[in-house]
Design a protein around this ligand. Structure first.
Ligand code: SF4
Ligand code: SF4
Ligand code: FES
Length: 962
């Protein structure tokens, strides 16, 4: 591959603006069909379809304002009138369902006249001075006026009749101009039906009616969560993205995938030239079905942030200034340093970390670099610190290291268990789909130490909340199993047919033991025995039971055990292998599933095949022309330990900030500081880069082609909409390093890397970029047996053959409270920020969350003399930090909680070295701490910030020189 030293833009990509058909009303799911005639054309549609939708399906568009296929029909604008033979009047086509033999006319002089009359009234109440859409390009209403043939407005254009309190531009991303509003209620309904927040209402009557946020407040002061659903629904431009107002209407667009969480929302990146104007959720996106959250929809501005590093940089020592260098010099330095280290300390003295933020193709190449060019298996991924127990637990019980369902499955769910997850903050689009199902009558059991939003929020109330003490997941899950087994609620037919019966019997005998009864366990978990019994009965007998879980399950010393306990529950109740059921990990990062699938773990090649398997290794060796070590390499914590001990000296870290995201920050810092060559590839000088010798600038998801895999195993395309500002896509940088190390890799495009993945990985055998283009997305396994992928797994049998019950003995964590550290700390995320905040902190999202706070119960705060907003010291046996207190009853007495989005706080300074017994996933969710009043930052924070300040000061000097 030829090195280039400039980020010269490639020729602009030319696409048309993707136009999605709006069918006016949602698709009916009825199986029965009816046939009718629309304007002389016969059409057959499912029962319950609206006339408007039936017409659209034959290509006949009926004018509409209040209808959209994202929302149930409302029938308020009266623009979509039609004539039906044998019926009097002109019914609204959006609210009138089709009937067998119906004969519909959508065009007639009478209908034209009526529609023009309605439209004339709307336009007269609109702030325009003519009917020419070209003069008012942001007023979609005029396009509809043109469509219905409106030629004049007899009542003038003064728009003075309705209430207009003025533009509300309090939200950083969109504004609301009441003057343009026709009170069609699409926004109100979008907020209710799609997002489920109920932030908007129509306030007042007649000409006084106005859309109001909250209690007639500014948007920013209301409960609005800035998902953008109302903006998308608005047909008049009254609610509009500020970027569209500033930059103008988009000219072209491409479908791509959100780079934040594991929901994997599909978006249209709408562009002017090479500039993003807006990201609009894509209706055909099978994960999000046209919805989004504030992060994917609006928080993409970090791609252009002034702190982004675009040139490679070097320094001899971490205390020295950074020096900008050419790509050639930087790559040569990486290769020469890694070779020198290997010559001096041995082949196993270097390694790499892949990123769950990067594409599958990039991740695959990093592990290939380590195995083929470095010649060892010292590769790991950030999934180590989040979902590695999911991989272990689900593979052991079901045979596949992944969730069992697609997100559509939630629509068939009758009872949901949410455990150790907070979807409204961390997986918001899934949360909206879940809330919709709950509003339709499904029941919910929340098992979480905190009173998360889903416990009670507008129109949603969990049937049971089990507020367990952090660290007692396995105990409570086994107690649920105890009730199911001892009360005869096991689906014996399913278990006998589908599972290993001997293993089931061992397990059933174990869970039935009195020590696992709700009475015994309730005392350990802090949950009344009756609540445990009631929740178990509901899950086992309430119809389709689905389990959704997050890092509150995995990030424990018994993380893998808890995952297996969930799998046991699903098997015992027969809740596996069909829509509406299953065990579903809510993946944190956009591509955490993919980074695991791609062979990022030191003991596994792609598709979760063990490195010791001779046949698998032989396949890779034949294609890569390199021997592969049969011994597993070092995990991240082992690399850091080995570094402190002196045997591990160099690391290539692509797109990860282990200093901020990994536990026991002091130990991570010591490990990094002891290495001789730390290479960080990222968008910004992250916290890990404070310990780096080489910094390689990375590219954003907007600047590269590739694929991400979401929590549903769904492989989706990421499409390049602009040239990489740093000159290279991340996969190209890995290729450059590999070539310089003496192992050239030859790819012209990421699609060729996917072809190699498909060739080497049986579960991906049918996957290619072309196939993904054709199908929109593919859920693996995709191969000869499943050429279009696999939405729901284990339908006719488990991947491992018989489902395996595993005895899940509760072993309390060694991390115990005591007189010095009497409180339990648990951690999590907030909606507006993402993980270590590297991206979201560089967007206007900081308006909602500009610092990490420590949630503490009023009782614990009072005992310590702590007031709301006071600085407090948070100390554990690992370290201490300071942050400000937030007094709330969301946490129970004895439990405190914080987020870890800000490096100023470094919450992981206090987390300990304890980890999951099977996978080393850190025990983030349980740390014994003490909280006390403080005057401000600790000495450690001051020292650390001095180092970070030096690093950043040098970076800003570089910036200033540019
Ligand atoms: S942005 Fe979302 S939450 Fe806010 S008012 Fe609009 S639909 Fe509701
Ligand atoms: S829910 Fe997740 S994938 Fe969807 S827009 Fe939000 S951050 Fe992106
Ligand atoms: S589109 Fe049918 S009444 Fe508004």
């Amino acid at each position: 591959m030829a090195l280039q030293d400039s980020s010269a833009p490639q020729s602009p990509l030319l696409h048309l603006l993707v136009h999605e058909i709006d069918y006016g009303t949602p698709r009916s799911k009825a199986e029965q069909t009816v046939t009718l005639t629309v304007d002389g054309q016969p059409v057959t549609v499912p029962e319950g379809t609206s006339i408007m939708r039936a017409a659209m399906e034959t290509g006949i568009e009926i004018p509409k304002l209040c209808a959209t296929d994202m929302l149930e029909a409302f029938g308020s604008c009266r623009l979509c009138l039609v004539e039906i033979e044998g019926r009097a009047g002109t019914p609204a086509s959006c609210t009138t369902p089709v009937a067998e033999g119906m004969v519909v006319r959508t065009k007639s002089e009478r209908l034209d006249r009526l529609r023009q009359g309605v439209m004339e009234l709307y336009v007269s109440d609109h702030p325009v001075d003519s009917l020419d859409p070209a003069k008012h390009p942001d007023v979609d209403l005029l396009e509809t006026a043109e469509e219905v043939g409106l030629k004049e407005v007899r009542y003038g254009f003064d728009a003075a009749r309705h209430r207009n309190p003025g533009i509300d531009d309090s939200n950083p991303y969109f504004s609301f101009d009441p003057a343009k509003c026709i009170v069609c209620s699409r926004c109100v309904r979008a907020c209710e039906e799609v997002q489920g927040t109920f932030a908007l209402t129509v306030s007042g009557r007649g000409f006084d009616s106005i859309i109001a946020a909250g209690m007639d407040e500014k948007f920013i002061e209301s409960e609005c969560v800035s998902c953008g659903a109302c903006v998308q629904a608005c047909p008049t431009g009254s609610l509009l993205e500020k970027a569209v107002i500033e930059k103008g209407k988009p000219e072209w667009s491409a479908i791509t995938t959100c780079a934040y969480c594991g929901v994997g929302c599909a978006f249209k990146a709408e562009m002017r030239g090479e500039e993003v104007v807006r990201m609009v959720p894509y209706k055909d996106g099978k994960a999000n079905r046209g919805h989004s959250c504030v992060k994917g929809r609006f928080a993409w501005g970090y791609a252009n942030h002034r702190e982004r590093i675009l040139k490679p940089m070097l320094r001899e020592k971490i205390t020295e200034p950074w020096r900008e260098v050419s790509w050639q010099e930087a790559i040569d330095r990486v290769a020469s340093e890694f070779k020198r280290i290997q010559a001096k300390y041995g082949g196993g003295s270097i390694g790499g970390i892949t990123s769950s933020r990067c594409t599958d193709e990039e991740t695959f190449l990093v592990q290939k670099l380590v195995r083929a060019a470095f010649g060892n298996n010292n590769v790991d991924t950030c999934a180590r610190v989040c979902h590695s127990p999911t991989g272990y637990g689900l593979k052991t019980t079901f045979g596949t290291s992944a969730g069992t369902q697609d997100f559509d499955s939630v629509e068939a769910m009758d009872v949901g268990i949410i455990i150790g997850a907070n979807p409204t903050d961390a997986h918001p689009v899934f949360a909206s789909r879940l809330k919709k199902r709950l509003r339709a009558g499904a029941k919910l059991i929340v098992i979480d130490p905190r009173r998360i939003d889903l416990v009670r929020m507008p129109h949603v109330e969990a049937a049971y909340h089990l507020p367990i003490l952090p660290g007692t997941n396995v105990a409570i899950l086994t107690a649920l199993a105890h009730v199911i087994v001892t009360e005869g609620l096991v689906d014996e037919k399913f278990v006998r047919e589908r599972c290993d019966w001997d293993a089931f019997q061992d397990w059933a005998a174990f869970v039935a033991h009195e020590s696992n009864s709700p009475d015994a366990v309730g005392k350990i978990c802090g949950v009344p025995a009756e609540t445990i019994r009631a929740a178990a009965r509901l899950y086992a007998t309430g119809g389709n039971g689905a389990i959704y879980y997050g890092l509150g399950i995995t990030e424990h010393s018994q993380g893998s055990t808890a995952v297996m306990a969930l799998a046991n529950l699903a098997m015992a109740t027969g809740n596996i292998g069909r829509p509406g059921v299953g065990v579903n990990p809510l993946r944190g990062q956009n591509n955490v599933q993919g980074s695991c699938d791609m062979g990022s773990f030191p003991h596994e090649l792609s598709g979760y095949r063990h490195i010791a398997d001779d046949a698998t290794r032989a396949m890779f060796e034949a294609l890569w022309h390199k021997p592969i070590d049969s011994e597993p390499g070092l995990r991240i914590p082992n690399m850091l330990d080995a570094s402190v001990e002196g045997s591990f000296k160099g690391i290539y870290i692509q797109g990860e900030d282990i200093l901020q995201s990994d536990p026991d920050t002091h130990h991570v810092a010591a490990g990094l500081a002891a290495m001789e060559c730390v290479v960080v590839q990222d968008l910004f000088l992250n916290e890990t880069a404070n310990y780096a010798h080489v910094f390689l600038p990375g590219s954003t998801f907007l600047e590269k082609d590739g694929t991400f895999i979401n929590a549903e195993r769904r492989i989706q395309l990421v499409r390049k909409v602009m040239a990489p500002k740093n000159g290279y896509e991340d996969w190209e940088i890995t290729c450059l390093i590999s070539e310089a190390m003496g192992y050239p890799m030859h790819y012209n495009h990421p699609s060729e890397i996917m072809d190699e993945i498909a060739q080497l990985t049986p579960t991906f055998a049918g996957v290619s970029f072309q196939r993904i283009e054709e199908l929109g997305s593919i859920q693996w396994p995709c191969n000869e047996k499943a050429p279009e992928g696999t939405p729901v797994m284990h339908i006719n049998g488990f991947v491992r053959g018989k489902g395996k019950f595993v005895v899940t003995e509760y072993i309390p964590t060694d991390e115990k409270t005591g007189p010095r550290f009497p409180l339990l700390l648990t951690t999590g995320r907030i909606l507006s920020q993402y993980n270590v905040g590297a991206q979201t902190r560089r967007t206007a999202n900081v308006i909602w969350h500009h610092e990490d706070r420590l949630e503490i119960h009023p009782h614990d705060a009072e005992q310590r003399g702590i007031g709301d907003g006071d600085w407090v010291k948070l100390a554990s046996r690992a370290g201490e930090t300071t942050l400000r207190a937030l007094i709330t009853e969301r946490v129970a007495p004895g439990v405190v909680y914080t987020t870890f989005h800000y490096p100023d706080t470094q919450a992981n300074v206090v987390t300990t070295e304890y980890s999951d017994w099977a996978t080393n996933c850190p025990e983030y969710k349980v740390t014994a701490v003490q909280v006390s009043p403080s005057n401000g930052p600790t000495e450690w924070q001051e020292e650390y910030h001095e180092l970070a300040r030096k690093s950043r000061r040098i970076a800003s000097t570089v910036e200033a020189a540019e």
